[in-house]
Write a protein that binds this ligand. Structure first.
Ligand code: PMP
Length: 464
């Protein structure tokens, strides 16, 4: 008898849950329909899809409501972010400019390759791929690995010898358990973002920025919030604005210094402030340091701050010109590394064993010649850009210069340059607000860079 009553009660509750679910679904659809209408108006008026001020007001209302009805504020904001993302998706469909495929350094690279295949000569100043060779020992070690039959699955985290060598390189009492060898720095970024963030949570990116951070966040439905920096302010992020952007669904700040595309390195005061903000709000701090070797006057690695929720991303790609070897690493505490290792294990098992031995051998080589060469080339690019009277901040590091052009759009001039046999990267690939900029990569010998920049100067003259 008691059993029957219980079952009845259970069925009643389930009916109610079905009703509430139906109501929620209908309300969500109503919201999407409204967003579509708003999208049409925005498209007609040429207004941006995302409006931070409006979002802020909605967020505040939701927080108040959550408190009133006894819902967790964090969960409420996560739900809101899922709704906001869907509104944005339906509005993109209505927005003609946004449906056009965005041009990035990679899409320009693909176009340049196509032109080359049809017989045209192209000067490549669009991709960040050093033209020099990896250390010779890398080749001999690969051959040796084959002879020694070192070509098996390894521990997902990587072979111990390499993890220990990376730990020694990064210094300060690291253990191998805080290191994971990854297929390139890119996969370290991917596994960090996808394992540490969930749908509806937020991460903050400082723009202009390498586009992969947002792409990785999109994979898990996390929302990317953006702090813009400006040439006038020497690409320095406003830490007050950063702190104001944080809410209960914010989980991560992404840093990338030396920066791609600006070459900026943050001063120690700003770094300290950002670490403190991350600490105060218990945020993960993802520090992409793949250009760490190319810092001409030193830089402040996240390792200096001993912050337990930091994730450092490193790579062999730029340091040793080993882009095609696909080997990088991440450094974090054991708990974070074990979360990231789950993604890596599911996706790729481990980095190829011979490549790990080659990377270990490379670590014995000092990359200072590569660094000096890059610094000289960047100085050369800067001197040519000055002759063209373009505005830019001289890079503190990395492999790029990011000048402003005297026009409102980067794409027409980039296409014109491609016709003339020069490939450079559109500034807008690093953030929607940077259409006036282009990124010039110094990964070619000086005489080649010189030729490319001379063509650029003549096209600019013709265009002006
Ligand atoms: N981070 C940044 C900022 C980059 O520019 C790149 C490569 N362009 C990477 C990470 C990834 O490099 P890789 O995967 O070759 O190590």
């Amino acid at each position: 008898m008691l059993m029957d009553n219980k079952n009845e009660e259970l069925e009643l509750l389930r009916d109610k849950v079905r009703d509430v679910t139906t109501q929620i679904m209908c309300n969500v659809q109503q919201r999407i329909d409204l967003a579509k209408k708003i999208g049409e108006i925005k498209s007609r008026l040429g207004i941006d899809i995302r409006d931070e001020k409006v979002e802020h007001e909605v967020r505040m209302n939701v927080m108040l409501l959550a408190e009133e009805i006894g819902m967790s504020g964090e969960f409420a904001l996560q739900l809101l972010n899922i709704l906001l993302a869907e509104s944005e998706n339906v509005q993109v469909e209505k927005h003609p400019q946004k449906t056009v495929q965005k041009q990035t350094h990679l899409s320009i690279f693909a176009k340049a390759k196509q032109l080359e295949a049809s017989g045209k000569k192209i000067i490549h100043m669009e991709v960040g791929e050093p033209d020099y060779s990896p250390p010779a020992i890398v080749g001999s070690t690969l051959a040796e690995s084959f002879r020694l039959q070192q070509y098996h699955y390894t521990d997902t985290h990587g072979i111990s010898e390499l993890r220990n060598a990376i730990a020694r390189k990064e210094g300060g009492g690291l253990s191998e358990h805080q290191v994971m060898v990854t297929p390139g720095g890119r996969f370290a970024v991917f596994s960090a973002i996808t394992s540490l963030l969930r749908a509806g949570q937020e991460l903050i990116v400082i723009e202009p920025a390498w586009p992969a951070y947002k792409e990785c966040a999109d994979f898990v439905g996390a929302r990317t919030r953006v702090i813009g920096t400006t040439l006038q302010n020497k690409w320095l992020p406003d830490t007050k604005q950063l702190e104001e952007m944080i809410n209960r669904s914010t989980k991560m700040i992404v840093l990338n210094y030396p920066n791609n595309p600006t070459g900026k390195v943050l001063d120690s005061k700003t770094m300290e402030r950002i670490v403190l903000i991350a600490k105060d709000h218990a945020l993960y701090l993802l520090s992409d340091e793949v250009y760490g070797d190319y810092a001409f006057n030193g830089f402040n690695s996240i390792r200096k701050y001993g912050y337990e929720k930091s994730v450092l991303v490193g790579s062999f790609s730029k340091r040793y010109a080993m882009t095609g070897f696909r080997v990088g690493y991440s450094i974090a505490n054991k708990e974070i590394i074990s979360k990231m290792a789950k993604v890596q294990s599911a996706a790729v098992t481990s980095v190829a064993e011979p490549i790990q031995h080659a990377a270990l051998a490379a670590l014995g080589v000092n990359p200072s010649e590569n660094v000096k060469l890059m610094e000289r080339r960047l100085e050369f690019v800067c001197s040519k850009l000055k002759e063209m009277s373009l505005q830019f901040v001289e890079p503190d590091g990395a492999m790029y210069v990011y000048p402003e052009l005297p026009w409102s759009e980067d794409i027409p001039i980039i296409e014109k340059l491609l016709e003339q046999g020069v490939a450079i990267a559109p500034g807008s690939g690093f953030g929607d607000s940077y259409k006036r900029f282009v990124r010039i990569s110094a990964c070619q010998p000086e005489n080649v860079l010189g030729k490319g920049l001379d063509i650029m100067a003549s096209v600019i003259k013709e265009y002006a």
